[in-house]
Design a protein around this ligand. Structure first.
Ligand SMILES: C[C@H](O)[C@H](O)[C@H]1CNC2=NC(N)=NC(=O)C2=N1
Length: 101
């Protein structure tokens, strides 16, 4: 799969809620903050099952109720539509259960 074109980036990335471009690589990142650890880990579990189904996996780190996520397509060495799809799925699963970071 090829990386997102400049026009795709201009169109798609602003539509992703709360995601930012990573400075030193072609990737996007976001911090999710939940009510508590159980909520965070439950969300991670749902995402993990979706990621496995998609065969597209996040780079993430969990501390208590926060989860820092970075998305990039390793095989394409940059951002692809798979990253966009996984970001949108993560936001769907987090809807209504996150605290303002
Ligand atoms: C062998 C396996 O299908 C590949 O390594 C998949 C797994 N998950 C992946 N996840 C991400 N983020 N990028 C990939 O290129 C990728 N490739």
């Amino acid at each position: 799969m090829k990386t997102l074109s400049p026009s795709e980036r201009a169109e798609i990335l602003p539509s992703l809620d709360g995601w930012s471009l990573v400075e030193d690589r072609d990737a996007i990142r976001k911090r999710f903050v939940f009510e508590d650890f159980n909520a965070a880990f439950g969300w991670m579990t749902r995402v993990a099952l979706a990621a496995e189904t998609m065969n597209h996996h996040p780079e993430w780190s969990n501390v208590y109720r926060s989860v820092d996520v970075t998305l990039s397509s390793h095989d394409a060495r940059g951002l692809t539509r798979r990253d966009v799809e996984l970001a949108q799925r993560m936001d769907q699963f987090a809807s209504g259960i996150t605290r303002d970071a």
